[in-house]
Design a protein around this ligand. Sequence first.
Ligand SMILES: COc1ccc(C(=O)/C=C\Nc2cc(OC)c(C(=O)O)cc2Cl)cc1
Length: 290
Amino acid sequence: VSLAQASGYVQLNQYRLLEPIGQGSYGIVKLAYNEEDDTHYAMKILSKRKLMRRAGLFGRTPPRRPGPGPPPDPLQRVYREIAVLKKLDHANVVKLVEVLDDPAEDQLYLVFQLLEGGPVIDIPTDNPLKEDLARKYFRDTLLGVEYLHFQRIAHRDIKPANLLLREGGVQVADLGACGELAGAGRVSGAVGTPAFRAPETFAGPDNYDGQAADIWSLGVTLYAMVTGRVPWVGTSVVELQRKILNDPLTYPARYQPSKSLRHLLSRMLDKDPAKRATMPEIKDDEWITA
Ligand SMILES: COc1ccc(C(=O)/C=C\Nc2cc(OC)c(C(=O)O)cc2Cl)cc1
């Protein structure tokens, strides 16, 4: 890795790092130009030290809770994410191209195929998607998530920011929070973005059905696509949690979805995971097949 060149850009092997295009709790994603194939990529940059700090002081991992669940050490989780990503191959799941991991460096670089269209929608917005476009994007998303579930993986952080557009199609990104669906599809741990998390992930028992929780997040994501906002908001995670657990689903007067879409959303956002719509039911739904 050569340090910043005279003109101030960073060159990483054959990749020239350009402007940032994504930012999150995970770190930063920069546009990268590969001189060898004259192609742009998305370079996700992670700091091992920062990941270890999130594991507690200097990599002291938090005491392991009993039961199935991801290794607590976020650094191990990144390596697990990489191992998972390498075995995945689906039109609606992001493609990991290569990993640049110099043991002597703090930075870890994940090179992805560039999804030039960016996120399907940036919320909150007063300019949400029309139902026909939301249907197209949501169908792609369902295929990607169904593929992950078939591979015994729960995504656990489904939200619009992780649904990226490439040539008009959607690819599901960010398996940083994913969990292997151990026996009976159970996963544990409070991961994901609060506004998109299912009630049962807050209320315990500690392990819950990872697929049902993904269906809930898909419901919140579809709601966000057509209304431009999330169903429940809070000034604190505790208040948000309480609303998700107790408050009924309501719609902004201005963006009242169609009757068939409201029916689908109520089935995906059923607070009882046992009653919630399953992937096969959603794929057969009237609004989805319209
Ligand atoms: C035109 O505007 C834009 C074009 C592309 C982007 C973009 O790509 C953003 C994030 N990208 C990613 C994030 C990921 O995790 C958080 C992962 C992963 O870990 O799977 C992979 C990718 Cl690619 C943004 C704006």
